[in-house]
Ligand binder design. Structure first.
Ligand code: BDR
Ligand code: CA
Length: 314
């Protein structure tokens, strides 16, 4: 299995991604760091620990990461999307474990030594912890096999502003640092995540399962489905973080993912957090730019909704 460090902000779609990663046969979750985004880093860690306990998962270390972002303090989360507690207001039984005493940055650095050359970093929240880790240890990229990051919007509108996707908008300087570092990054933007959805009949399959953890995932999704009525005109949800997890697990291979320069707007203007990808000259096919280590996922052949449900239910 692929050893994966997950950096997350659960988060409803983060919860679904976590459920998938716990069930995916070719993934071994070796550490989880949390960051403020959908909710605070501390609340995200509590949610993660409670979800892991309910799942009866192995004692993966869960470390609290950055509360504030590089150039601004934490702004209070996205309660209207993910609920005030980050998991749709669902009250999970409190798990017995407490967060790891290390910071998320230290956990990531430790894991990069333990799994040198093999560690896969999967980020599904703002990139603050990653930026701090790169600053604390510039040799980190040399020990990481690959990075998969859910974030950005290249040719489609943003979601938190007209220009920006939430994970990048919440810490544009950190996203820029991730892209600038010398490692292979697969960026999974809204261009492709908005094309993958989960529908009410699939949510009902989770709700009908006998395992309390799987049922809780179905319950948590209820709030998210309400939010997405405004986008899709029906109860459903976009599979942002789960798609990044499925790609990191190698369960789908993107059909269009050129290596292209991506610049992040770090200004304070209306473009803040925009990811500007140089896709000029791409009309007749995908052209990789020499030396660029950032792949931008623009298409994934098949729809992943049912794969997600089947894996979680297996
Ligand atoms: C991203 O922002 C968060 O709200 C989601 O969890 C996902 O990581 C989508 O823009
Ligand atoms: Ca997230």
């Amino acid at each position: 299995p692929i050893p994966v460090y997950l950096d997350c902000d659960p988060g409803i779609d983060d919860t679904l991604a976590l459920a998938y990663l716990l069930a995916a046969p070719n993934v071994e979750l070796v550490g989880i760091g949390t960051v403020s985004g959908n909710t605070s880093a501390a609340q995200a860690a509590r949610n993660t620990l409670d979800l892991l306990a309910l799942a009866g998962a192995p004692a993966v270390p869960v470390a609290v990461g950055a509360h504030d972002h590089l150039d601004h303090p934490y702004g209070g989360g996205a309660g209207w999307v993910h609920g005030e507690n980050g998991i749709g207001g669902v009250d999970l039984p409190r798990g017995a474990r407490e967060p790891d005493p290390r910071t998320a940055v230290q956990l990531l650095i430790d894991l990069s030594h333990e799994y040198e050359g093999r560690l896969h970093v999967l980020t599904i929240g703002p990139l603050t912890n990653i930026a701090h880790a790169l600053e604390a240890d510039p040799t980190l990229p040399g020990r990481v096999a690959e990075v998969t990051a859910m974030g950005g919007a290249a040719l489609v509108p943003g979601n938190i502003t007209p220009a920006a996707e939430a994970n990048v908008f919440n810490d544009p300087h950190a996203a820029a640092a991730l892209i600038a570092a010398d490692w292979d990054v697969t960026l999974v933007p809204l261009d492709v995540t908005m094309e993958h959805t989960l529908d009410e009949d699939q949510r009902r399959m989770l709700l009908a399962d006998e395992r309390p953890f799987v049922r809780a995932v179905g319950e948590v999704l209820d709030h998210y489905f309400d939010f997405y009525v405004g986008t899709y005109g029906r109860r459903t949800c976009a599979l942002h973080d789960p798609l990044a997890a499925v790609i990191a697990a190698g369960a789908v291979t993107p059909t269009r993912a050129p290596r292209v320069p991506v610049v992040v707007d770090v200004s304070d203007g209306p473009g803040r957090g925009q990811t500007i990808a140089d896709l000029r000259g791409q009309r007749i096919g995908v052209r990789d730019h020499d030396g660029v280590r950032t792949r931008l996922v623009l298409d994934v052949g098949s729809s992943i909704g049912q794969h997600l449900v089947d894996t979680i239910l297996a």
